[in-house]
Design a protein around this ligand. Sequence first.
Ligand code: PLP
Length: 382
Amino acid sequence: MNRVYLDNAATTPLSEEVVDAMVEVMKISYGNPSSTHSFGQEAKALIEGVRRNIADSLKVQPAEIVFTSCGTESNNLIIKSCVEHLGVERIITSPLEHKCVAESVRDMKARKGVEVVYIRPNHQGDLSLDDIEKALQSSDKKTLVTLMHANNEVGNIYDIKAIGELCKKYNAYFHSDTVQTIGHLDLDFSKMNIDFASCSAHKFHGPKGNGFAYIRKSTKLKGMISGGGQERDMRSGTENVVGIVGLGKAFDLCIQNLEIYKNKIQEIKDYTIHQLIDKIKGVKFNGRSSEAENSLFTLVNVLLPFKDPLIGFKLDMKGIAISQGSACSSGAAKPSTVMLMLLTDEEMENCTPLRVSFSHYTTKEEIDKLVEALVSIQQDFK
Ligand code: PLP
């Protein structure tokens, strides 16, 4: 059976060029980047090359890019170190954040007594700038605002430029989880008041277990792992040279092909929406995910007009890999926090959310297979 992969917001397949680049490093550049001999310096040069390219693209300084093991580590490092080392006593966030942000915030509340303010979204998943400003105004405590750039379940894109401006006005730190946008959107951090951001290579055809944190130098954030002082003392531990080269290759390919991939994937997304509207009567879309503006082109979150808790399993039996939400919660029986926030009780009772997420490898034939499978599953409910 030819399997269909439509879960690219969970992870993407490695691109062939990335595999080739990593294999070459595995075979040749095995030095420890901290060693002063030529083997070590060769490995160090590879890492620094990747750091420079990423920094150039995001319009930041190379020293502001810290390689980590993933988006989760980057978000943990930033949030916890802000409390531990920068005197943050208050965090403004939203219930739509990825678990690694939500749990880091909860941990800081439980262990460090940090005050947490949640900005409530409306039913489309929008966050009001007025609400954010009111929250910023309401206390003199040193505050960190942590709000994601794009939501991994419904794809809403938030105006981090405007949020950054508000943070500047009220002298708060601003962290944005950019895991779903780095590698997909052209980001220029020099034009935004953003202090911290996070990235995960496996969301754009790079290796799992590799990411980076953007940490604005002037914040003087400190690392949380003690050891040999690698990554300018921000993240001790011998660097994963192979993974960093893979991340760098994947990043370069995405940035070079940004417009091509965007147009191709947007066409697939539009096709998916049209086919679903055409073939599944009563289908709806969650958040802003069916809109051209303010929505990731890489995913659409569908609300099927029938309740089927086994939908993921049934599609898998038909060879179609897809999630109902974030990979962290997709194995769980209970609906995700994001869906609970956005759907009405009636929708929760009678409908099934499904996240269809694309890459530039996705084809219209694969979408046809998905739609055909959904039509056949819907028959069971008639
Ligand atoms: N933040 C968002 C928005 C994500 O979608 C994910 C991954 O699902 C993460 C953070 C975690 O990234 P990683 O898998 O690299 O730990």
